[in-house]
Ligand binder design. Sequence first.
Ligand code: SAM
Ligand code: MG
Length: 216
Amino acid sequence: MDGLKEQRMLDFAMENAVRGDPQSVVDAIDHFCRNKEWAMNVGDEKGLILDKLVRETDPLLVLELGTYCGYSAVRIARLLKPGARILTMEMNPVHASIARQMIEFAGVNNTVEVLEGSTADFIPQLKQNYGVDTFDFVFLDHWKDKYLIDTKLLEECWLLRKGSVLLADNVVYPGIPDFLEHVRSCGRYDCTNYPSRVQYINKEDALEKAVFKGYL
Ligand SMILES: C[S@@+](CC[C@H](N)C(=O)[O-])C[C@H]1O[C@@H](n2cnc3c(N)ncnc32)[C@H](O)[C@@H]1O
Ligand SMILES: [Mg+2]
């Protein structure tokens, strides 16, 4: 097959979903990944847990670490109240470009801003350059050796407040033991595990919710 899977995913969504209808974009991507080519979106099964926790939190300001093609950003954006915003970080320029097109096609480009670059570079700039006070909801879904480093960076940069919800994907597969050990044992988070399955295949995985208790 020629070209990139990510481009094929975008083309499939544009041909099979309705412009401006984010649910139809989410459905088209899930269909593509279940029937044509697997991809690393959080997917429809874990996506239901993500939906439930976004609805419960009803955030005004969301941070996503790891945009990929924009699937989870569109998925979250479709649930947000007017005026709410998502900042999503992606260091791969090809992924960032596909994501911007996906987000624009889904009609959520006024809600979602893709920051192209690494989390290590962007997180320390958020207060000064992006007008951020604290995040209500953070979705961690980038490279697994960065979850702990970036969680500590969010804490150090005062970007969390009492009640901020961190939601981490892939805590069983491939597993993020250093992150889990930190949030479960440092005393600053209330943690809940949500068992599920790896996107689009029958293999055990889970999401971990860690609610920040404040700078104790
Ligand atoms: C699993 S995918 C994200 C999937 C997306 N959240 C979804 O569900 O649709 C991980 C993405 O994180 C990006 N990434 C990994 N480490 C990063 C970092 N330190 N800073 C920014 N992007 C990163 C990768 O390039 C990749 O596109
Ligand atoms: Mg993931």
